[in-house]
Design a protein around this ligand. Sequence first.
Ligand SMILES: [Fe+2]
Length: 452
Amino acid sequence: MSIYLEGAKAPVDSEITAFDLEVTGSIPEELEGRWLRNGPNPFGPVDAEAYHWFLGDGMIHGVRLRGGKAEWYRNRWVRGRDLAEKLQEQPPEGSSFGDSGFSPNTSVIGHAGTTFALVEAGTTPVAMKYDLETIGYDNFGGTLPGAFSAHTKFDPVNKELHAVCYAYPDILDRLQHVVIGEDNRVKKVTDIPIEGMPMVHDMSLTEKYAIIYDLPVCVDLDLAIAGDPFPIAWQNDRQSRIGLLPRNGQASDIIWCEAPSCYVFHPVNAFEVSEGQDENKIIIDLCRYERVFQKDLKGPAGDTPSQLARWTVDPATRTVSEEIVSDMAHEFPAHDPRTVGRRHRYAYTAVGFDLGPTYRTDMETGEVLFHDHGEGRFGGEPIFVPREGSTSEEDGWVLVCVNDRMGSPAELVILEANNIEEKPIARIHLPQRVPDGFHGAWVPDSVVSPDE
Ligand SMILES: [Fe+2]
């Protein structure tokens, strides 16, 4: 059996719609929209020996909030072509890059009126209806030249959506930095020549730069030749580096900087420093693993835990210095979305892949506060939602799906960001277990309206 098919990671086998959910406490009336979360949930029997956690069919869980009420819960598989066939349903609209039939399983976002299920490494985004029914593959109206990514960065000032994408083996020799406009159309693509097929899971954004992570986790040729469906492994001999791509520049303008030997699935945020001792440097907060995909080739949980670190990048010397801010296990980082690419103070994290609280770390002082969800309960990826009209990073809520190792139904818990240790202001009782998964979003109705 695989640890990625058991216990809290075991898939659920049905799709549920439930209305008027029971709530303990009170939901802030300002929260009008959907909490959504994607994750792998293989349909039907799977070969447990061969199963890789990153390859299960995507399933989105969603809760709609309005007027202080939790109006509905839905969970729906993302109907990629292959899954639609297995379900004996009509195929989704459109087709995917590389003729992929995969169901994106890694994240879900709302952008410019559309909900998208996303995955890296080739499959085109899948557009979803408000009620989480699948529409189909959507390559931004034919403007996306290659693959996309599970992780995007939305610039809150100019409203651009950025991603760093790859699609081995269809595109072997380069990454692509893609910028999407407010019209859901690609407005800029930069080809970035790269060797060795690194797995580039996420990116960072500052006001001037898109930051490329070129780290020593790559397609492993021996595994690929042996037919491994996920031939990704740690590469001992590869130098870590990050690339600073000027947002208005080309690949030849990239400033490559040597970085610590590690892997980063998820940065918290990055920003440029304009004064003080770090003037002209770039700060990146991130969750870093000493090793991943070295011993455990079926998922990220079996090598080393991730630590919360601050990298200080000096473009002049092309160097990166590292400070470990907290050596407890931190993963699934979140921060105030109004500070993307700008100075932030707080990082919200989960423990990662096992039991644990929700952390709030002050990245300036290193103080770590946490919310203990109770015995046998663990919090998934936190999402920070600012209170509308506020300007303080402390003024908002943290939404987190809390699971119970004993198999009780999950809860969507709402914490006050500046009182994270206190009891939740609302616990929304979901009608079933929500398997451990990956990434989600708070999608306000002002971004994707119920009518679209
Ligand atoms: Fe991720």
